[in-house]
Design a protein around this ligand. Structure first.
Ligand SMILES: Cc1cc2nc3c(=O)[nH]c(=O)nc-3n(C[C@H](O)[C@H](O)[C@H](O)COP(=O)(O)O)c2cc1C
Length: 218
Protein backbone atom coordinates (compact mmCIF):
# COMPACT_ATOMS: atom_id res chain seq x y z
CA UNK A 1 0.00 0.00 0.00
CA UNK A 2 1.20 3.51 -0.85
CA UNK A 3 1.76 5.31 2.45
CA UNK A 4 3.42 8.45 1.06
CA UNK A 5 1.71 11.67 2.12
CA UNK A 6 -0.15 13.47 -0.65
CA UNK A 7 0.15 17.09 -1.75
CA UNK A 8 -2.70 18.63 -3.71
CA UNK A 9 -1.30 21.50 -5.80
CA UNK A 10 -4.18 23.55 -7.17
CA UNK A 11 -3.38 25.85 -10.10
CA UNK A 12 -5.61 28.68 -11.24
CA UNK A 13 -4.39 30.10 -14.54
CA UNK A 14 -5.88 30.31 -18.00
CA UNK A 15 -2.48 29.97 -19.77
CA UNK A 16 -0.64 26.68 -19.42
CA UNK A 17 2.63 28.56 -20.07
CA UNK A 18 2.06 31.21 -17.39
CA UNK A 19 4.53 32.06 -14.67
CA UNK A 20 1.91 30.84 -12.20
CA UNK A 21 1.83 27.40 -13.85
CA UNK A 22 5.63 27.33 -13.97
CA UNK A 23 5.90 28.17 -10.26
CA UNK A 24 3.27 25.53 -9.46
CA UNK A 25 5.41 22.98 -11.31
CA UNK A 26 8.48 23.93 -9.25
CA UNK A 27 6.47 23.69 -6.04
CA UNK A 28 5.20 20.24 -7.04
CA UNK A 29 8.75 19.14 -7.79
CA UNK A 30 9.97 20.32 -4.37
CA UNK A 31 7.10 18.57 -2.62
CA UNK A 32 7.81 15.40 -4.57
CA UNK A 33 11.48 15.56 -3.53
CA UNK A 34 10.27 15.87 0.08
CA UNK A 35 8.42 12.55 -0.30
CA UNK A 36 4.94 13.67 -1.30
CA UNK A 37 2.77 12.02 -3.92
CA UNK A 38 1.56 14.89 -6.12
CA UNK A 39 -1.99 15.53 -7.27
CA UNK A 40 -1.70 18.49 -9.65
CA UNK A 41 -5.13 20.03 -10.10
CA UNK A 42 -5.19 22.48 -13.02
CA UNK A 43 -8.61 24.06 -12.67
CA UNK A 44 -8.70 25.59 -16.17
CA UNK A 45 -7.06 22.56 -17.79
CA UNK A 46 -9.59 20.25 -16.18
CA UNK A 47 -12.46 22.47 -17.29
CA UNK A 48 -13.68 23.17 -13.77
CA UNK A 49 -16.90 25.21 -13.74
CA UNK A 50 -16.66 27.85 -10.98
CA UNK A 51 -20.33 28.82 -11.12
CA UNK A 52 -22.50 27.77 -8.21
CA UNK A 53 -25.28 25.37 -9.18
CA UNK A 54 -28.50 24.24 -7.52
CA UNK A 55 -26.93 20.80 -7.08
CA UNK A 56 -24.03 22.26 -5.12
CA UNK A 57 -25.89 24.89 -3.17
CA UNK A 58 -25.91 23.93 0.51
CA UNK A 59 -29.10 22.69 2.10
CA UNK A 60 -28.83 24.16 5.60
CA UNK A 61 -31.27 21.52 6.85
CA UNK A 62 -29.25 18.64 5.45
CA UNK A 63 -25.53 18.54 6.07
CA UNK A 64 -25.45 15.10 4.39
CA UNK A 65 -26.73 16.45 1.07
CA UNK A 66 -25.21 14.57 -1.87
CA UNK A 67 -23.56 17.18 -4.08
CA UNK A 68 -22.84 16.94 -7.83
CA UNK A 69 -20.52 14.29 -9.19
CA UNK A 70 -17.89 16.89 -10.16
CA UNK A 71 -17.91 18.39 -6.68
CA UNK A 72 -17.77 14.98 -5.00
CA UNK A 73 -14.73 14.06 -7.10
CA UNK A 74 -13.00 17.25 -5.97
CA UNK A 75 -13.94 16.57 -2.35
CA UNK A 76 -12.30 13.15 -2.65
CA UNK A 77 -9.08 14.74 -3.84
CA UNK A 78 -9.10 17.20 -0.92
CA UNK A 79 -9.73 14.38 1.56
CA UNK A 80 -6.83 12.40 0.10
CA UNK A 81 -4.43 15.31 0.58
CA UNK A 82 -2.22 15.95 3.58
CA UNK A 83 -1.03 19.28 2.26
CA UNK A 84 -3.00 21.63 -0.02
CA UNK A 85 -1.15 24.30 -2.00
CA UNK A 86 -3.25 26.69 -4.12
CA UNK A 87 -1.02 28.59 -6.58
CA UNK A 88 -2.59 31.62 -8.27
CA UNK A 89 -2.09 35.09 -9.69
CA UNK A 90 -3.42 37.62 -7.20
CA UNK A 91 -6.48 39.33 -8.66
CA UNK A 92 -7.87 42.29 -6.71
CA UNK A 93 -6.04 41.17 -3.57
CA UNK A 94 -7.58 37.71 -3.66
CA UNK A 95 -7.77 34.53 -5.74
CA UNK A 96 -9.02 34.54 -9.37
CA UNK A 97 -12.68 33.76 -10.00
CA UNK A 98 -12.07 30.12 -10.96
CA UNK A 99 -10.40 29.44 -7.61
CA UNK A 100 -13.06 31.35 -5.70
CA UNK A 101 -15.69 29.20 -7.48
CA UNK A 102 -13.76 26.07 -6.56
CA UNK A 103 -13.96 27.11 -2.90
CA UNK A 104 -17.63 28.08 -3.24
CA UNK A 105 -18.73 24.79 -4.79
CA UNK A 106 -16.37 22.25 -3.27
CA UNK A 107 -15.56 23.50 0.24
CA UNK A 108 -19.14 22.94 1.08
CA UNK A 109 -21.50 22.62 4.03
CA UNK A 110 -21.38 19.20 5.67
CA UNK A 111 -18.12 18.38 3.91
CA UNK A 112 -15.48 20.85 5.03
CA UNK A 113 -17.51 22.83 7.57
CA UNK A 114 -20.73 22.37 9.51
CA UNK A 115 -19.76 19.24 11.46
CA UNK A 116 -18.82 19.10 15.10
CA UNK A 117 -15.55 17.39 14.15
CA UNK A 118 -13.97 19.10 11.12
CA UNK A 119 -13.09 16.54 8.44
CA UNK A 120 -10.16 18.56 7.18
CA UNK A 121 -8.55 18.97 10.62
CA UNK A 122 -4.87 18.04 10.57
CA UNK A 123 -4.34 19.02 6.94
CA UNK A 124 -1.98 21.87 6.18
CA UNK A 125 -2.44 24.61 3.62
CA UNK A 126 -0.05 26.98 1.86
CA UNK A 127 -1.63 29.69 -0.29
CA UNK A 128 0.94 30.86 -2.83
CA UNK A 129 -0.02 34.06 -4.61
CA UNK A 130 1.81 35.87 -7.41
CA UNK A 131 1.55 39.66 -7.21
CA UNK A 132 2.11 42.27 -9.88
CA UNK A 133 2.95 44.74 -7.10
CA UNK A 134 6.54 45.21 -6.05
CA UNK A 135 7.45 44.23 -2.49
CA UNK A 136 8.00 47.90 -1.59
CA UNK A 137 4.63 49.06 -2.93
CA UNK A 138 2.76 50.86 -0.11
CA UNK A 139 -0.31 48.77 -0.91
CA UNK A 140 1.47 45.54 0.06
CA UNK A 141 0.78 45.53 3.85
CA UNK A 142 -2.95 46.06 3.17
CA UNK A 143 -2.99 43.41 0.44
CA UNK A 144 -1.19 40.88 2.66
CA UNK A 145 -3.52 41.61 5.57
CA UNK A 146 -6.58 41.16 3.30
CA UNK A 147 -5.23 37.85 2.02
CA UNK A 148 -4.30 36.58 5.49
CA UNK A 149 -7.83 37.37 6.66
CA UNK A 150 -9.68 36.31 3.51
CA UNK A 151 -7.79 33.10 2.73
CA UNK A 152 -6.01 31.82 5.83
CA UNK A 153 -8.64 32.86 8.40
CA UNK A 154 -11.92 32.99 6.46
CA UNK A 155 -11.32 29.84 4.42
CA UNK A 156 -8.60 27.55 5.86
CA UNK A 157 -9.37 28.16 9.52
CA UNK A 158 -13.14 28.22 8.99
CA UNK A 159 -12.81 24.78 7.38
CA UNK A 160 -10.83 23.30 10.27
CA UNK A 161 -7.32 23.78 8.88
CA UNK A 162 -5.43 25.51 11.65
CA UNK A 163 -1.99 25.22 10.09
CA UNK A 164 -2.19 27.55 7.10
CA UNK A 165 -0.08 30.33 5.63
CA UNK A 166 -0.27 32.85 2.80
CA UNK A 167 2.94 33.63 0.91
CA UNK A 168 3.35 36.13 -1.91
CA UNK A 169 5.85 36.44 -4.75
CA UNK A 170 6.17 40.12 -5.73
CA UNK A 171 6.79 41.98 -8.99
CA UNK A 172 5.91 38.95 -11.10
CA UNK A 173 5.63 41.06 -14.26
CA UNK A 174 9.17 42.40 -13.82
CA UNK A 175 7.56 45.82 -14.26
CA UNK A 176 5.81 47.02 -11.09
CA UNK A 177 2.58 48.95 -11.52
CA UNK A 178 1.17 51.09 -8.77
CA UNK A 179 -1.24 53.86 -8.03
CA UNK A 180 0.44 56.90 -6.48
CA UNK A 181 -0.96 58.97 -3.61
CA UNK A 182 -2.86 61.18 -6.09
CA UNK A 183 -4.59 58.14 -7.58
CA UNK A 184 -2.53 58.06 -10.78
CA UNK A 185 -1.76 54.68 -12.30
CA UNK A 186 2.00 54.51 -12.75
CA UNK A 187 4.41 51.96 -14.17
CA UNK A 188 7.87 51.34 -12.79
CA UNK A 189 10.79 50.58 -15.03
CA UNK A 190 10.63 47.20 -16.80
CA UNK A 191 13.53 44.92 -16.01
CA UNK A 192 15.52 43.80 -19.05
CA UNK A 193 18.35 41.45 -19.94
CA UNK A 194 20.41 39.82 -17.21
CA UNK A 195 18.65 41.81 -14.51
CA UNK A 196 15.29 40.44 -15.65
CA UNK A 197 16.62 36.89 -15.75
CA UNK A 198 18.09 37.26 -12.25
CA UNK A 199 14.77 38.63 -10.99
CA UNK A 200 12.79 35.63 -12.23
CA UNK A 201 15.43 33.17 -11.00
CA UNK A 202 15.11 34.79 -7.56
CA UNK A 203 11.31 34.39 -7.68
CA UNK A 204 11.72 30.69 -8.46
CA UNK A 205 14.06 30.28 -5.48
CA UNK A 206 11.70 32.18 -3.22
CA UNK A 207 8.80 29.91 -4.15
CA UNK A 208 10.83 26.83 -3.29
CA UNK A 209 12.04 28.42 -0.05
CA UNK A 210 8.45 29.16 0.99
CA UNK A 211 7.61 25.48 0.54
CA UNK A 212 10.67 24.41 2.53
CA UNK A 213 9.80 26.82 5.33
CA UNK A 214 6.21 25.58 5.36
CA UNK A 215 7.31 21.95 5.53
CA UNK A 216 9.80 22.79 8.27
CA UNK A 217 12.77 21.87 6.08
CA UNK A 218 14.44 25.29 6.16
C1 LIG B 1 -7.75 41.12 -12.96
C2 LIG B 1 -6.40 41.36 -12.37
C3 LIG B 1 -6.30 41.82 -11.06
C4 LIG B 1 -5.06 41.99 -10.47
N1 LIG B 1 -4.99 42.40 -9.18
C5 LIG B 1 -3.79 42.51 -8.56
C6 LIG B 1 -3.71 42.87 -7.19
O1 LIG B 1 -4.70 43.09 -6.50
N2 LIG B 1 -2.47 42.96 -6.63
C7 LIG B 1 -1.33 42.71 -7.35
O2 LIG B 1 -0.24 42.81 -6.77
N3 LIG B 1 -1.37 42.34 -8.65
C8 LIG B 1 -2.58 42.23 -9.27
N4 LIG B 1 -2.63 41.84 -10.60
C9 LIG B 1 -1.37 41.45 -11.29
C10 LIG B 1 -1.22 39.91 -11.32
O3 LIG B 1 -1.17 39.40 -10.00
C11 LIG B 1 0.04 39.52 -12.09
O4 LIG B 1 -0.11 40.00 -13.39
C12 LIG B 1 0.23 38.00 -12.13
O5 LIG B 1 0.49 37.51 -10.86
C13 LIG B 1 1.38 37.60 -13.04
O6 LIG B 1 1.45 36.17 -13.09
P1 LIG B 1 1.12 35.40 -14.46
O7 LIG B 1 2.16 35.89 -15.47
O8 LIG B 1 1.27 33.95 -14.15
O9 LIG B 1 -0.27 35.80 -14.88
C14 LIG B 1 -3.86 41.70 -11.22
C15 LIG B 1 -3.98 41.27 -12.55
C16 LIG B 1 -5.22 41.11 -13.12
C17 LIG B 1 -5.29 40.63 -14.56
Amino acid sequence: MDTDPTALVVVAHHRAGSLTAHIAGLIAKRLEAAGYRIDLMDLHGEGFDPNMTVADQPDWNDRDKVYSEETRAHMGRILAADVIVPVFPIYWQSVPAIMKGWIDRVWNYGFSYGRSKPRLAGKRMLWMGLAGAGADDPIVPVMKENMDRGLRDAISFYNGITEAAVEVLYDTEGEPQYVDEDGNFTKGEALVGAEREAHFAALENEAVEHVEKFLGLA
